[in-house]
Design a protein around this ligand. Structure first.
Ligand SMILES: [Zn+2]
Ligand SMILES: [Zn+2]
Length: 494
């Protein structure tokens, strides 16, 4: 027993050869197999999880090293590479898998715009002799929807699967502000605009602002001059290098629209000693007898403006040959609220210099048809926001809301579901039901004939409603659309 136990202990003289025997440690190497699938960076390094800016093209002009770290993060085509654990040529398959939370495009949407789709098909490959393969660029692409996530899986012939990290879909748009010389009422920050779009994975990147010529108001007649002035400023901005993914945001004073030659009449007794005649600028009472809201005179909006067109008096029973002109000096614009004298909606006429008579005064004036908060100019990358409305400053927050709305139009929000755009939402309406263009009535009943009453304004709950309603966010119906929308075409310069 004891002898057995110490059998190999040996003595000082014994060479204890048996104790030196080591068990050979062998690294067990299995058969060749798939090791990993990764996203590639443009410098050849590997990335595990990435943010992909799918609307951009694969161009260095969109790479800043931070937001877009390298050119392979731009575009909807995905650069992938697969590695095996040993050199040699091996077969494998790759599949792109969307996460369940991704946007669900309808069949109609997918039929209208191929950029809505991701590469669904599994593809088969063989590695190069080094046991790796960079997949052909055109093979895998992802959809347009912001916040969508994908994982790419590669499987070898033994059934072993490896996966990338998450690819998250983002969009990026540059903006440049065109600020009119000496216009001090522009919002100093568009942080709200940036925040609202960031929620939907649309990154708005601000470029240095440029100055343009001052225009106090832009009405229909001024549009061409405005665009010329804006273009001259824009052409000197960095936005030119970021086309077609750049939008110009111009600020102006008012965006009032003039209605020329508005006619009002009033019965009056005129002549020496007669009291001045007060004429409210409103349409004639309608069939129900209710008097429409008065209009404001075209006053205090632009230099050299003319609110007065003509005033005449015709005696009872007389005709136009009997008309007596009343000069502008006898006509004084009057505000209904003396605290806001810039808002005249009536005219006081001194009739004491006319011959004594009873008859009617016929007054023709230019009036404010309406005030617009902003404009999205069609067919280009220009939007415009007012910084004044109804002769008062437009709050910076409201300017932000208007920009969110007008940018929404640029991106195809409240779209009618045609062309490359997402489907029409259930709260969509157009001019036929009020306002100008396509908008969203979320918050109001789907059965209304119109959506442009004062009560509608209070009830509306989406930034894409047709009038400024103090909302900054997209509604539940518009959120899927702003996520789904394909921004890859960008915009032509205006
Ligand atoms: Zn609109
Ligand atoms: Zn909406």
């Amino acid at each position: 027993m004891a002898t057995t136990k110490f059998k190999n202990a040996g003595s000082a003289e014994t060479n204890p050869v048996e104790n030196k025997v080591r068990k050979e440690i062998r690294v067990k190497v299995g058969p060749p197999g798939i090791a990993r699938i990764v996203f590639l960076n443009s410098d050849g390094t590997e990335a595990n999880s990435v943010k992909q800016f799918v609307n951009l093209s694969e161009s260095d002009s969109f790479v800043d090293g931070k937001i877009v770290p390298n050119v392979y993060r731009a575009g909807n085509k995905i650069r992938l590479k697969v590695f095996f654990n040993k050199p040699g040529t091996y077969s494998f398959t790759v599949k792109c898998e969307p996460l369940d939370s991704n946007a669900q495009y309808t069949a109609g949407e997918l039929a209208r715009n191929p950029r809505f789709a991701y590469q669904k098909e599994q593809k088969s490959y063989t590695t190069g002799s080094d046991g790796s393969l960079a997949l052909p660029l055109d093979d895998f692409f992802v959809g347009a929807a912001g916040n969508d996530k994908y994982v790419f899986r590669a499987t070898d012939t033994r059934g072993v699967t490896v996966s990338t990290g998450i690819l998250e879909v983002h969009r990026l748009i540059y903006y440049v502000e065109l600020k009119m010389h000496s216009l001090t009422s522009c919002a100093s920050s568009l942080a709200l605009v940036e925040q609202v779009y960031a929620k939907h994975q649309i990154k708005l990147v601000k470029l240095p602002a440029v100055e343009m010529a001052y225009m106090p108001n832009i009405g229909y007649d001024d549009t061409e001059t405005f665009e010329t002035n804006a273009r001259s400023a824009y052409s000197k901005s960095l936005a030119v290098e970021k086309q077609p993914h750049a939008v110009a945001i111009a600020y102006t004073g008012h965006l009032a629209v003039k209605q020329k030659n508005f006619r009002v009449r009033k019965s009056a007794a005129v002549g020496p000693g007669s009291a001045p005649v007060l004429i409210t600028i409103a349409a004639e009472p309608d069939a129900s007898g209710s008097i429409p809201e008065p209009y404001f005179l075209w006053h205090g909006l632009e230099p050299g403006e003319r609110w007065f067109v003509s005033a005449r008096f015709i005696k009872a029973g007389g005709s136009t040959v009997d008309a007596i002109s009343i000069p502008v000096e006898k006509c004084t614009p009057l505000a209904s609220n003396s605290a806001i004298p810039q808002q005249p909606n009536a005219v006081r006429i001194d009739v004491s210099a006319l011959p004594l008579a009873i008859g009617k005064i016929y007054l023709v004036v230019n009036i404010v048809d309406r005030m617009r908060g902003g404009i999205s100019f069609s067919g280009g990358n220009l939007i415009c926001v007012c910084t004044k409305a109804w002769w008062s400053p437009f709050a910076p927050k409201t300017q932000n809301e208007v920009i969110i709305h007008e940018l929404g139009h640029k991106m195809g929000m409240a779209a009618n579901g045609s062309g490359k755009l997402p489907d029409k939402t259930v709260s969509w309406y157009d001019d036929a039901k009020g306002h100008r263009g396509n908008h969203c009535f979320y918050g109001l009943s789907a059965t209304q004939a119109r959506y442009d009453s004062d009560a509608d304004l209070d009830g509306s709950k989406c930034v894409m409603y047709g009038a400024t309603n103090d909302r900054s966010d997209f509604c539940l119906n518009c959120v899927p659309a702003v996520q789904k929308v394909d921004l890859s075409d960008g915009w032509d310069p205006f």
